[in-house]
Design a protein. Structure first.
Length: 52
């Protein structure tokens, strides 16, 4: 038997901080989801395209 107990303990970090960090991780990721499929970005550093 499984169950989910919400607020059963004091969290180490707030939900707001958790979501903020997850957003940063997603933006820095080298993978995009395009039409439901994972696609690796051409370049990890987008500034490279601007400088050239």
């Amino acid at each position: 038997m499984r169950f989910l107990m919400e607020e059963g303990y004091r969290p180490l970090i707030s939900n707001e901080l958790f979501e903020k960090v997850q957003g940063k991780i997603k933006r820095r990721s080298n993978i995009n989801i395009v039409t439901g499929k994972a696609k690796i970005k051409d370049t990890h550093y987008s500034v490279k395209d601007i400088v050239q």
